[in-house]
Structure formats: C-alpha cells, structure tokens
Design a protein around this ligand. Structure first.
Ligand SMILES: [Zn+2]
Length: 130
C-alpha cells in the first residue's frame, strides 16, 4: 500500500483505503432497514450474549448504525449525536432495490446475472508525487 492520499479527498476521512477494506465493512442501509429494524431482531441485537471479540463485549449496540460501543455512556451520547440522527433520517427513506435501479434504467427485469461488487474507485494514489 502506498502513501495515504491527503488532497482532494473528503476532509474528515484520513484513511481512504479504509472504506474498501472488507474487514471494517459495516452493514448496508438496506440490510438494516429490511432485517435489523424488525422489532424482534432489534431486541435480539440489543441483548446480545457476551462477546469478547467485540468492543464493550457486545453489550452496547446501536442498531441503526450497526456499531458497538464500549460503555452505556458512549452509546447514549451517540444516540444524541449528529451521526446517529442523520443515519435515522436515511433509514426512513425507502430502500433502494434492484427493481428500482432497473426501472430507472428502463430495463424492466431483463437480465438476472449475479451482480459484481463495485469497487470504490479510490484505489489510486493520484498525483501525490514527492
Ligand atoms: Zn446510531
């Protein structure tokens, strides 16, 4: 991996490679909307068994953001934060489905080949010459 690109990227995102790493990939909005926000599943997620691999032993989980917190205080302050409120707003919008994308392209349901994961398009280091 080369140097981290610092110019012309979103100012708060220092590590541009992070988004494309599968290790840190969180759940997608549609997954949360269709699966996790279901009351039964939500209760399950909020009362997870002790997990030593997860931050805070998986006891403080924000369902909307699919994120673990270390303490109760951290979780409650997160619920009041801008990030969380923005996320809730996004989750209230209708889910983006394959059907919708096909309708937008005027395709109907012509082809059903498996979709290939789209790369983030931020792999190059660009013009950061020293
Ligand atoms: Zn949240």
């Amino acid at each position: 991996m080369g140097r981290l690109r610092r110019s012309r990227v979103h100012n708060a995102r220092r590590d541009v490679h992070r988004a494309s790493r599968t290790r840190v990939r969180t759940r997608d909005l549609d997954q949360i909307q269709l699966l996790d926000l279901d009351p039964k599943r939500r209760a399950e997620l909020e009362a997870q068994p002790l997990d030593y691999e997860k931050p805070g032993l998986a006891q403080h989980y924000c369902v909307e953001c699919a994120k673990y917190y270390e303490t109760d205080a951290a979780l409650t302050s997160h619920w009041r934060s801008k990030v969380h409120k923005r996320r809730c707003k996004q989750l209230k919008e209708p889910v983006y489905t394959i059907e919708e994308s096909e309708r937008a392209a005027g395709l109907g349901r012509a082809e059903t080949r498996p979709r290939v994961a789209v790369s983030m398009g931020m792999e190059q280091d660009g013009v950061l010459a020293t």
